[in-house]
Design a protein around this ligand. Structure first.
Ligand SMILES: NC(=O)c1ccc[n+]([C@@H]2O[C@H](COP(=O)([O-])OP(=O)(O)OC[C@H]3O[C@@H](n4cnc5c(N)ncnc54)[C@H](O)[C@@H]3O)[C@@H](O)[C@H]2O)c1
Length: 259
């Protein structure tokens, strides 16, 4: 199929829900050869229906990506099916919110594992495959507006992991740039989802889009389009960047007078 990602083999993690699910259909419509991974196998099957309607024929992989052997197996299966990995979109993540002084160590570790460690592990094994093949690649991470500007109550662990994702992204870009491997992150503002886009029920936004210059909340379609751009050959010299997709809300917070 012709498209910006025609013939590119891409792994999308977190593809059972939210941004990963929506990106799966966008990538399929752009011609990508898809491996979709998530701990939620039932959600992956639902996503696959939409992906097939968009023209894709995905490999589905169910497993907990905080586990290292699971990531090795994911990469092994993707390479076996498609011969290579050109793109990794690390969209998987689970978060728990609490005021820092009330957060349990268990919840803190859960967020570190499910927002940061899984990105390390999947990226580690995908980079090994990319280096072995020697033809570069594109890795896309998900940071957050919370990793940039503090102030949202109960976001301590989320802010910490998402700031860490920004640092990790730049490190990967510099260390593996000489091998043709690009790495960027998308940092969305709070998202709103349409019916069917999300299986995880928490975090849904009810409030009006005040403080967003473009006048609406971010959607997973917005981040999926950025991911497709960063995955494609339309962005060959873009690496080490953290792209805020937030309708301009951070611009109003970043003046020296605010700090
Ligand atoms: N929702 C928002 O407003 C928002 C804003 C900024 C950033 N983010 C970040 O975007 C990322 C994706 O969130 P979302 O809201 O698009 O999706 P979501 O919460 O709807 O789905 C995330 C998916 O990741 C999967 N997942 C989580 N941990 C996993 C693991 N250990 N192994 C395998 N799969 C796992 C889940 O099963 C789920 O299908 C997260 O890192 C989140 O913090 C979300």
């Amino acid at each position: 199929m012709a498209g910006r990602l025609s013939g590119k083999a891409a792994i999308i993690t977190g593809a059972a829900s939210g941004q990963g699910r929506v990106a799966a259909s966008v990538f399929a419509a752009e011609g990508a050869l898809l491996t979709l991974a998530d701990v939620d196998g039932e959600g992956l099957e639902e996503t696959a229906i939409a992906v097939r309607e968009a023209g894709g024929d995905p490999l589905l992989f169910t497993g907990d990506l905080t586990d290292e052997p699971t990531n090795e197996e994911l990469v092994r299966q993707a390479v076996e099916r498609f011969g290579a990995i050109d793109v990794l979109y690390n969209a998987a993540g689970f978060v728990r919110f609490a005021p820092l002084h009330e957060m349990t160590l268990e919840d803190w570790r859960f967020v570190i594992d499910n927002e940061l460690t899984l990105v390390f592990l999947t990226t580690k094994h995908v980079i090994r495959a990319m280096l072995e093949r020697g033809n570069g690649g594109s890795i896309i991470n998900v940071s957050s507006g919370s990793g940039y500007h503090s102030g949202t109550p109960r976001h301590a662990a989320h802010a910490a992991t998402k700031a860490a994702i920004a640092g990790l992204t730049k490190q990967i870009a510099v260390e593996y740039g000489p091998h043709g491997i690009r790495c960027n992150a998308i940092a969305p503002g709070a998202l709103v989802y349409a019916e069917g886009q999300r299986r995880v029920k928490s975090q849904s936004i009810q409030r009006p889009p005040t403080g967003i210059p473009l006048g609406r909340h971010v959607t997973p379609d917005d981040t999926a389009q950025w991911a497709a751009f960063l995955a494609s050959d339309d962005s060959p010299m873009v690496t080490g960047q953290v792209i805020l997709v937030d309708g301009g809300s951070s611009a109003g917070r970043s003046t020296p007078a605010d700090t």
